[in-house]
Ligand binder design. Structure first.
Ligand SMILES: [Mg+2]
Length: 368
């Protein structure tokens, strides 16, 4: 029984090369990376992480430091699934979902990384080993780009070997439709194309928008409305004429249960960094399979490539705009529309700590 002997969380602020905008989160100037490295008494070690769009990182760090670390020290670090449940109940009164799910995710991913390293298993294999690669599309945070810049950005995705492209919507409808039409015109009739409103619309408005986007052959309409309105999603799916997708804002498995039961999703997009780590993600994956919903992912492509490849179902990873690849030792391998999962034991995500520290210092030195 490998006992946990150290829990070391860290917070990094990573600047973005330019300000990125969507319909609901305001301007992104930076992202926050919260890492958690766990040591066990057999000498094994693992690193997990979560991230934010630039706010909340200190609260996640504090919950790991003050509430989860003392709870975990001395425990059996091999009992990953049991610890997941116990962590949920340890902090549920103040943090069911939200901050607690981000903090638990970072810890859980660290425990899976350590498990894989101990057992010589890649995350892809531990997730089921269904495939070595999975479909991958590029998703932009591009609502602030004018049309020429948007099209340039999409050309960049194609040059990288993306199997599909996704753009933000949430401008006045005529503008959204013009951008959708221009992107479809650029990529041709065959490439999968998705749109994402970041829950900026009301149900009726989303139905009208979906009907206007539908002639441009949209694979899915992502987060048209607020995530909690599961019945509203069913309405958009029924009347909009485009399959609907969501999941990045569902943080506990019960929320996914409601979504599977009521929202008429065609695609579900859990994010292991905020739905309970690998353990939470695999619980959603099992439910998706049971409900016949295609399992995809949100963000964190460097980790999700192993989970989507490993789980059966031919889902998509989103290759996100935050430049995480610049801070790991293995940039995502993408070609011909697919991304390949790493074979290294553990998650296969190894951070360049020096670069992360330098980025964090740079950001602090620029803060007035
Ligand atoms: Mg999204």
């Amino acid at each position: 029984m490998p006992r946990i002997v150290s829990v070391a969380p860290r917070l990094f602020h990573v600047p973005l090369a330019e300000v990125l905008v969507d319909a609901k989160h305001g301007d992104h100037h930076q992202f926050e990376l919260i890492t958690c490295t766990i040591g066990l008494d057999d000498g094994s070690e693992g690193t997990g992480y979560s991230y934010t769009g630039g706010k909340g990182g200190h609260a996640i760090l504090a919950m790991i430091e003050h509430d989860l670390a003392p709870f975990l020290l001395g425990r059996d670090g091999g009992a990953v699934e049991a610890l997941f449940e116990e962590m949920l109940w340890h902090v549920h009164y103040v943090g069911r979902g939200g901050i607690a799910s981000f903090a638990i995710s970072a810890v859980d991913i660290a425990l899976w990384d350590a498990r894989g390293r101990r057992e010589g298993q890649s995350l892809r294999a531990m997730a089921g080993g269904a495939d070595r690669s999975c479909r991958a599309y590029c998703g932009g945070i591009d609502l602030g780009f004018d049309l020429p810049k948007l099209l340039d950005s999409v050309r960049g995705y194609l040059a990288r070997g993306a199997g599909g492209v996704k753009i933000k919507v949430g401008l006045p409808l005529a503008e959204d439709v013009a951008r959708v039409a221009a992107v479809r015109d650029l990529i041709g009739p065959d490439l999968p194309f998705m749109v994402d409103a970041n829950y900026s619309m009301e149900v009726e408005q989303a139905i009208v928008a979906a009907q206007a986007f539908a002639p441009h052959d949209i694979l899915w309409f992502e987060e048209p409305i607020i995530p909690d309105d599961y019945d509203g999603y069913a309405g958009v799916a029924a009347e909009g004429g485009i399959p609907v997708a969501m999941g990045e804002n569902l943080h506990i498995v019960e929320e996914f249960d409601h979504a599977f039961a009521r929202a008429h999703l065609s695609f579900v997009q859990p994010d292991a960094s905020n739905c309970g780590g690998v353990t939470g993600f695999l619980k959603v994956a099992e439910r998706a399979r049971r409900h016949g919903v295609t399992l995809c992912s949100h963000g964190m492509q460097e980790l999700h490539v192993s989970l989507i490849a490993g789980c059966a179902g031919d889902g998509w990873i989103e290759v996100h705009s935050f430049p995480i690849d610049a801070y790991t030792t293995r940039p995502l391998e993408m070609a011909d529309g697919r991304a390949t999962a790493p074979d290294e034991p553990g998650t296969g995500v190894v951070f360049d700590w020096v670069k992360l520290a330098e980025a964090d210092l740079l950001r602090h030195s620029e803060t007035p």
